[in-house]
Design a protein around this ligand. Structure first.
Ligand SMILES: Cc1cc2nc3c(=O)[nH]c(=O)nc-3n(C[C@H](O)[C@H](O)[C@H](O)COP(=O)(O)OP(=O)(O)OC[C@H]3O[C@@H](n4cnc5c(N)ncnc54)[C@H](O)[C@@H]3O)c2cc1C
Ligand SMILES: *[C@@H]1O[C@H](CO)[C@@H](O)[C@H](O)[C@H]1NC(C)=O
Ligand SMILES: *[C@@H]1O[C@H](CO)[C@@H](O)[C@H](O)[C@H]1NC(C)=O
Ligand SMILES: *[C@@H]1O[C@H](CO)[C@@H](O)[C@H](O)[C@H]1NC(C)=O
Length: 812
């Protein structure tokens, strides 16, 4: 617990920086924070989110020597102003040529770091920043070729890299396709030697780089080859009737050809269009199949949907998953997490474009949460409100996920993270439409939610690296655009990753087909977003009036299910109590005078189980914190499973964990029916069976006694087995002193319970039994009575003897 708090505290200092303005101050702050707080590792000017390899003495040789890809390395000093100014350019370059990685990769080394100094001397670095090019298969003694005059222009840098790539004599980087112009002769025999579906020819001037850039942009895609054709290649130019340079044609066996139609004749548009051609897939990914076949790979039936629309079913599923699964992983919510939750719920209750029944529930959760003045709440207390156990009319949440627009072609793809993005986009748009006062309200809530609750810890970390720029957000519109831009940045970074659904490739969104006005080019042909158009597009796309309600459960169904659930839960509780009472009566027939008052007993049992439950929660919470610490990127509940296994994907998708972190579900007695929510693959089911947990209703009451109970619990833990033993009994007897503090508890209990009109005697049993089973208690009482009678008889015996002796002496 302490560890988890420490960690949360540390990271919070990393993320709550939006108040600090000015890049220098931010940098200085970062330096301080990173020195003080080892948790937020940020090596020099780059982070792991930047798509730049971070060099260190450990990896510099493996990465630079004999690498199959060429390498571009920036040697910099983190204190140097030019380097700080250049770093955004270098990051942008890395994003821009991300697809080229197998042929040429970017790296950076901080020469200001003590441990790197020798490397920088070895590579003959004299000034910062120095950018060097290392050929593929460089020798160990290679010092690289320096880029003269480091440009601040990404396009310029890109061209320089291509120039350097072309200087490769043998061995050519194996992943890099040929970059030289092609000829009629080569084209004629192309399909004899290549087995691709598409050959794209880019006709251009000698000085143009577009052909080579697009060739590299598509090097990670199969079934397509790209070649540049010079304007001077008359035979081909005439044959295809090319009049425009640049332009792109698709060439097929037998000499057929068609022009590739794009909105603007420029690199980005060619690349996007070519990546979308039928049969073109990212290398190593399964070939894309038409939508209908998708249903075979998931358990659920496939729901046809329009992929350019937002569905309420996804938004509600996201609410369900976030509140019932992710937040539920925190049994006790306090401090930063409590603030995050309050802000998240507050934003939802204000801006979620939900139907009245959902809004009523969100509002009730919000008013309950905002009225909590204690510095912590238990998840169980929150869950009662979410479940609407108070039976407020017309208020409910769905009780499961039902993904529509966020369906994935595999159960572990898309779904919740897709829903979460969509939810926050919708919320930023809604905030603008309702003219909220604070432009940062939604993004701040999102930042906190992701930081604390989002199960994908790696995502949270990457996202944390991006929130620095929130200081630039000054208006509600810029908040919308900020989130859009960051989402695209994530799309760029993880395009082609294992978490990408091959059916829904990561693109820079919206595509030209969805919004052509959003895309434009600068004077020199670089792609540029028209942000006004993008904003207009986002405002429409995510507007509440356009959200589709297909596949939604009706209000009535939802309310009925809620009622059933709560009724079933009550019944289960009764049934369980009944069973337990029977067992106890059987094991302890008539010995217990209090057993003759079943009603009181029942109530008290509940109270006492609450105590145990509270106890266990704390311990589990520690386990969760541990999990986060060493597991890093996996959702906590999956950890026990994942340990020891190599990590196949960058992130274990949380969706596969539905039901596991549903704490209450597995805390319920397993002999009676659980609520049918998600799968119930409970890792700790055994515990729940042993401990017989119940719903906590009087959390405050329980928490006031927690410390002492914990002490008692420890005693119980020491017991080797729950089986009754005589030694233990003695322990208990000797432990009368240990039990002493209970008196205070007891008083408090009594006072509180008397207020509630409950009986004194019941609470007495309740308190005594904390940490002990009923059997223990009964035996304890028997033993106590036995020893009492024993002592009494001894006393009477001796008294009698004394009297006899006295009588004797008086007689004598
Ligand atoms: C905060 C956050 C950080 C993440 N970080 C990582 C990470 O580091 N590594 C990782 O592997 N996964 C990460 N993920 C998950 C990843 O971004 C996707 O959510 C997931 O892979 C599912 O992708 P998807 O195809 O459903 O589309 P998503 O990216 O989830 O997008 C959902 C929908 O939003 C729309 N959309 C797409 N782009 C934009 C945009 N720029 N603006 C507005 N709408 C858009 C599209 O309609 C799309 O279908 C993160 C998720 C979140 C919420
Ligand atoms: C370099 O790598 C290639 C294969 O990638 C290997 O055959 C060769 O032996 C390596 N050379 C050195 C010097 O390590
Ligand atoms: C998917 O299932 C349907 C029947 O439900 C079947 O006709 C079809 O061939 C299957 N597709 C694949 C790719 O297996
Ligand atoms: C999907 O929605 C878009 C935008 O509303 C619409 O233009 C398009 O026709 C829809 N597609 C289908 C298949 O319904």
């Amino acid at each position: 617990m302490a560890r988890s708090l420490g960690r949360a505290g540390a990271t919070s200092r990393c993320s709550s920086r939006k108040t600090v303005t000015g890049r220098a101050m931010v940098t200085a702050y970062w330096l301080c924070v990173c020195v003080l707080v080892p948790a937020c590792v940020k090596a020099g000017l780059y982070t792991s989110s930047d798509q730049v390899l971070l060099l260190s003495p450990d990896n510099v040789h493996t990465l630079l020597v004999n690498s199959s890809a060429a390498m571009v390395v920036e040697f910099y000093a983190s204190w140097c102003g030019h380097c700080i100014a250049f770093s955004p350019v270098y990051k942008k370059l890395a994003r821009d040529i991300k697809e080229w990685k197998p042929a040429v990769n970017l790296a950076a080394l901080d020469c200001a770091a003590e441990e790197n100094r020798k490397i920088c001397i070895d590579y003959k670095i004299r000034g910062y920043p120095t950018v060097k090019f290392f050929h593929a298969y460089s020798k160990a003694d290679a010092v690289g070729q320096e880029f003269k005059g480091v440009s601040r222009d990404v396009r310029d840098l890109r061209h320089k890299i291509i120039d350097k790539l072309e200087t490769h004599s043998e061995p050519w980087p194996p992943a890099c396709p040929p970059l030289e112009p092609t000829s009629q002769a080569e084209i004629d025999h192309f399909f004899e030697t290549n087995s691709v579906h598409h050959l794209a020819l880019i006709f251009e001037d000698f000085s143009s780089y577009i052909g080579r850039e697009v060739t590299l942009d598509l090097l990670q895609f199969e079934n397509i080859a790209v070649r540049r054709v010079l304007k001077t290649e008359d035979a081909l130019v005439t044959k295809l009737g090319v009049t425009e340079f640049p332009s792109c044609y698709l060439y097929y066996p037998g000499g057929n050809f068609t022009k590739l139609h794009v909105q603007i004749e420029a690199r980005t548009f060619y690349a996007l269009a070519l990546q979308k051609l039928p049969g073109v897939v990212r290398s190593g990914r399964p070939p894309a199949v038409p939508g209908d076949d998708l249903k075979n790979s998931t358990d659920e039936s496939w729901k046809p949907f329009n992929s350019s629309r937002v569905y309420m079913a996804d938004l509600e599923s996201t609410l369900y998953y976030s509140l019932y699964v992710e937040v539920a992983a925190h049994t006790v919510i306090s401090g930063e997490a409590l603030t995050a939750l309050k802000k998240y719920i507050s934003v939802l209750s204000k801006h979620f474009p939900g139907r009245p029944v959902v809004m009523n529930l969100l509002k009730s959760v919000n008013s309950w949460l905002q009225s909590q003045t204690a510095d912590q709440i238990s998840y169980d207390a929150l869950e009662d409100i979410l479940d609407n156990t108070a039976q407020m009319p017309n208020a409910a949440l769905p009780d499961d996920t039902k993904w529509v627009g966020c369906q994935g072609s595999q159960p572990h793809l898309r779904r919740y993270p897709c829903g979460l993005w969509t939810l926050f986009h919708v919320l930023t748009v809604q905030a603008k439409n309702s003219t909220a006062s604070d432009p940062l309200e939604v993004l701040d809530a999102m930042k906190r939610y992701i930081h604390i609750f989002f199960g994908c810890r790696q995502c949270a970390e990457h996202f944390g690296n991006m929130v620095d720029s929130l200081v630039e957000v000054k208006t509600l519109s810029s908040a919308i655009l900020w989130l859009w831009a960051k989402h695209n940045r994530v799309n760029n970074r993880i395009a082609g990753a294992l978490s990408e659904d091959p059916q829904f490739p990561k693109i820079q969104w919206p595509s030209p087909e969805m919004c052509s006005a959003c895309h434009t080019v600068t004077d020199n042909g670089e792609h540029r977003w028209n942000t006004e158009e993008v904003l207009a597009f986002l405002l429409t796309y995510f507007s509440s009036s356009r959200i589709l309600t297909d596949y939604l459960e009706s209000d009535r169904q939802m309310l009925e299910k809620q009622k059933d659930r709560n009724a079933r839960y009550q019944r289960d509780l009764e049934a369980e109590k009944h069973v337990e009472r029977k067992t106890r009566e059987a094991s302890d027939p008539g010995a217990h005078p209090l057993l003759s008052q079943p009603n009181e007993q029942e109530e008290e049992e509940e109270g006492e189980e609450e105590g145990e439950e509270e106890e266990e929660e704390e311990e589990e919470d520690e386990a969760v914190a541990d999990g986060y610490e060493d597991g890093g990127e996996a959702a906590p509940a999956a950890l026990s499973e994942m340990k020891g296994k190599p990590e196949p994907t960058p992130w274990i998708h949380p969706e596969s964990l539905v039901g596991r972190s549903r704490r209450k579900a597995h805390r319920r007695p397993s002999i009676v029916g659980m609520r049918p929510r998600g799968q119930q693959e409970d890792i700790v089911d055994l515990d729940s069976f042993v401990n017989q947990h119940y719903k906590a209703r009087a959390v405050e009451l329980a928490s006031s006694n927690r410390v002492k109970r914990r002490m008692l619990q420890r005693q119980k833990e020491l017991e080797p087995q729950p089986v009754f033993r005589l030694g233990m009994e003695l322990d208990a007897a000797l432990g009368m002193v240990g039990l002493q503090p209970m008196e205070e508890d007891f008083d408090m209990d009594v006072r509180q319970r008397q207020e509630e009109g409950r009986s004194y005697r019941g609470s007495w049993i309740s308190v005594l039994s904390i940490g002990f089973s009923k059997l223990d208690i009964s035996l304890c009482v028997i033993l106590y009575l036995l020893s009492f009678f024993f002592l009494l008889s001894m006393y009477l015996y001796f008294k009698k003897r004394l009297r006899l002796r006295r009588a004797k002496t008086t007689l004598t």
